[in-house]
Design a protein around this ligand. Structure first.
Ligand SMILES: Cc1cc2nc3c(=O)[nH]c(=O)nc-3n(C[C@H](O)[C@H](O)[C@H](O)COP(=O)(O)O)c2cc1C
Ligand SMILES: [Mn+2]
Length: 497
């Protein structure tokens, strides 16, 4: 697989007919957000905004967004054909999480073409949109890669975490202690030190994919990117810390985060993945000390708030990487018979049942995982005869394989979970008190109940027959005589697995 930076990625998209250059002046206050939403909802092209009002003469004039918003472009990011299946990409991601390729350090690179000290930094010079009308400010950190180092192990974590411009050199951030960088933050705070942090905007899209996805905490996302690229990531040292960032990145913001509440600033509201706004709270702040960037850099951002039933970049990423994470978590936990998984607002897991309680084991393993914080609130487990990418089949299973007044519906109350779920009272998801949010999770066990199955003479379960399965003789006869009947069937649309 070829290694690319954001410029090569933009060229690749353009060549594939997947990019629109917006050359007319557009307004960062609302217009870019509204336009992005329309294009994402229609599964349209990636967007490169070339003229943003008020930024024509700034050191960063352009914004790139929507690049990962469709299944076809996710496949391109993985260096595959547009038609590559989610299953194939998920398998690549899973292997990369298990067998990473460590990055290499290089002496410099394009990202060092310009080095701005604190006295020459005003984050408002970046063409950051007001993405949603009710946002508390310009959200500079959306589709970015936030780098921190574990002070004990030295491991570099790279995560996608939201952040808002709170001042010329201030980014207030939703820093949760359950996240990769949150664990680091607690360790620095215990030592009475500020945490060094670097935020990367624009490089290989696989870094954005890995940063936003559920990579185990003891694995560096840089290693995952290396394995996906088939070549180590080339990283350069930061100017103000020993953090490492891609030498070919467009823009890197370097700074420090203090644990002193006096340094906190308001963060939010922000239009979130649920479609609702996340609430404003005083949050930790990245105090920016240095910015390095390529000549004429292209800033990268993304529309987070997604309408019910619509796709955005996060959702498209998760169709692949959360599928990988679910299969990985269940395998590590030793759950047997797991065949497939479909992420989404409802997480679907398909199993081949051989023992009682298998669906319960699936939910318990997912909810126990460190990766569960923002994910897997509603889990539905189905048998191997249900096509998990067919919504009618899922609805059928929900109706005909679930007895709502039985153990088929299981609520696990008061679990660790994200802070942005509007169905939970605000006080019950105050991470500043609870360390996390408080989630009530639901398992819908839509598998057949093994305890009611009859057994054959080898002890294997047999299920009530389904009238929809023709007997084999009749099926064979229809197959044999098919041409004779003279019936033409419409060709089935291919579905992505
Ligand atoms: C664009 C984007 C923004 C995100 N913002 C946040 C955030 O503000 N806080 C957070 O804890 N997770 C956020 N997430 C989710 C994390 O990126 C995700 O949970 C990831 O697995 C974190 O990696 P980590 O385990 O290294 O922390 C965001 C994801 C994406 C794609
Ligand atoms: Mn991580």
């Amino acid at each position: 697989m070829s290694c690319i930076d954001q410029r090569a990625w933009i060229a690749r998209l353009e060549e594939a007919g997947e990019l629109a250059r917006v050359k007319v002046p557009v307004d960062w206050q609302g217009e870019i957000g509204a336009l992005s939403r329309r294009v994402l909802n229609a599964q349209g092209p990636a967007l490169l905004f070339e003229r943003i009002v008020g930024h024509e003469n700034s050191w960063c004039r352009r914004l790139f967004t929507g690049a990962l918003g469709t299944a076809a472009r996710m496949a391109l990011a993985f260096g595959r054909e547009k038609s590559a299946s989610r299953r194939e990409l998920a398998e690549l991601f899973r292997r990369a999480m298990r067998a990473g390729i460590a990055p290499v350090q290089v002496a410099g690179g394009p990202v060092k073409e310009n080095i701005r000290g604190a006295d020459r930094i005003d984050l408002n010079e970046l063409p950051v949109p007001l993405w949603h009308p009710g946002d508390g400010g310009r959200y500079i950190n959306t589709m970015c890669a936030v780098v921190t180092r574990d002070p004990d192990s030295g491991l570099l974590n790279v995560g996608a975490y939201r952040g808002m411009i709170a001042g010329p050199r201030q980014i207030s951030v939703l820093l949760l202690i359950g996240a990769g960088w949150g664990g680091h933050f607690v360790k620095y705070a215990e030592r009475g030190q500020e945490m060094p942090v670097a935020v990367v905007y624009g490089w290989d899209p696989l870094l954005e994919v890995s940063a936003g996805s559920q990579v185990p905490h003891d694995v560096s996302e840089y290693d995952v990117v290396g394995a996906l690229r088939g070549e180590p990531a080339a990283l350069a040292k930061c100017e103000t810390s020993d953090l490492l960032v891609p030498a070919g990145a467009e823009i890197v913001v370097e700074g420090f985060i203090s644990a002193d509440p006096k340094s906190f600033a308001m963060e939010g509201p922000f239009g979130e993945y649920s479609g609702y706004y996340g609430e404003p709270r005083p949050r930790p702040v990245i105090r920016v000390e240095c910015v390095t960037h390529r000549n004429d850099p292209v800033y990268r951002g993304s529309l987070e708030g997604v309408a019910p039933g619509a796709m955005n970049e996060d959702a498209a990423i998760y169709t692949v990487t959360t599928k990988a994470a679910i299969l990985d978590v269940l395998e590590r936990a030793g759950v047997r018979g797991v065949l497939d998984a479909r992420p989404g607002p409802v997480t679907i897991v398909q199993i081949h049942q051989t023992y009682n309680g298998q669906a319960k084991q699936v939910a318990a393993a997912l909810w126990a995982s460190a990766s569960a914080e923002h994910f897997w609130k509603v889990v539905m487990v189905v048998d191997d005869d249900i096509d998990i990418y067919n919504d009618r089949a899922l609805h059928w299973a929900l109706c005909y394989r679930v007895n709502p007044a039985s153990e088929d519906l299981v609520v696990m109350p008061g679990t660790r979970g994200g802070v942005l779920d509007q169905t939970i009272a605000l006080a019950r998801r105050d991470d500043t008190v609870l360390g996390t949010g408080s989630w009530n999770r639901l398992l819908i066990d839509a598998t057949r109940d093994l305890r009611q199955a009859k057994r054959d003479r080898f002890g294997r379960p047999t299920w009530p027959p389904m009238s929809t399965e023709p007997d084999s003789q009749a099926a064979a006869r229809v197959e044999e005589r098919w041409q004779e009947y003279g019936i033409v069937l419409p060709r089935r649309q291919g579905k992505r697995a």
